[in-house]
Design a protein around this ligand. Sequence first.
Ligand code: GLT
Ligand code: MN
Ligand code: MN
Length: 384
Amino acid sequence: MTNFTPSAADKFSFGLWTVGNVGRDPFGEPVRAPISPVEIVHMLAEVGAWGVNFHDNDLVPIDATPQQRDKIVADFKKALDETGVVVPMATTNLFTDPAFRDGAFTSNDPDVRAYALQKTMNAIDLGAELGAETYVFWGGREGTETDAAKNPLDALKWFREALNFLSEYVMDHGYGLRFALEAKPNEPRGDIFPSTTGHMLAFIETLDHPEMVGVNPEMAHEHMAGLNFMHAVAQAYDAGKLFHIDLNDQNFARYDQDFRFGSHNIKQAFFLVKFLEDVGYDNPRHFDAHAYRTSDYEDVKAFARGCMRSYLVLKEKARQFREDKEIQALLAEIHGGESQVSKYSAEAAAQLKARQFDRVELGNRGKPYERLDQLVVDLILGVR
Ligand code: GLT
Ligand code: MN
Ligand code: MN
């Protein structure tokens, strides 16, 4: 039995905005005093995380002078060197500043679209300087409240142009970064586009350099849309596009709660971890969550430790699932052998057409999924 201590091999990361979240919400002021990026790096090292991610302005304030920027970056690098914490991912804040009130790459204002590109190029430089290998695009303000105002075909065209431009920028500078697109159906916009991981996967194929663009699915965001997160992750993986993942938790049909991973939908979390471990997912495991507003910073550490611990506990449960004789015997029975039809040939089609099926008998075949599912529930609840 493991003691569930995180290690670098787990690739657990947190954003500066996650453990550094001050607890502001639409109805209330911050409840925690801001802590500096340097302090956050030390806190992450203390709880055993591997990586730290940031938006440009989590690290460097939007109105910093070049001298201030250089000092902040030097202090941050020193904290990374002292702790061994790495920067796997960086991103751009294209949603807080009022300039982005109608979006960034998809704003109706061409000056804003150009400013968003400029801001992202600078942020990519910053991410590359600190060693990031993945660059996330979360378009929180890319969307509408009224469809009278914006044509989604224009928005898709502008978003595509921006990503094509930035792909060339990255290649031109030899940065070796990969892009990961993160979807969310709504909030803060009435509707955000593209809205789900599935939409993103289809959109990627329309880009000039689809090979360098994947997705960053977030559990809470797919749950907001009422979808099965593990299925979205599996489709991204199948397409070779699971470059990054945002782990957290979320009650269905609510606002973006960004709860501690494993805090709410334990069964979905189990099947997700099982999937990632079964396929040998080896990219960062980022916890894009924040502590309850009731927490102080001591409790924020409990939050961060809890995210990682739940992942590792579920990883151990996934191992037990694989080694459980009763579960495996049931699975073998359920799967019923190899496919009989796969590749088309005229002969295979003719043979299949000639075959006699006992449709009634097929319809009478039950599946012991209740038994199987209860075994899984027992396993998760720790009574197996
Ligand atoms: C913001 C959002 C997240 C995104 C982050 C990256 S910022 O907190 O809610 O889901 O992953 O821009
Ligand atoms: Mn979220
Ligand atoms: Mn996220």
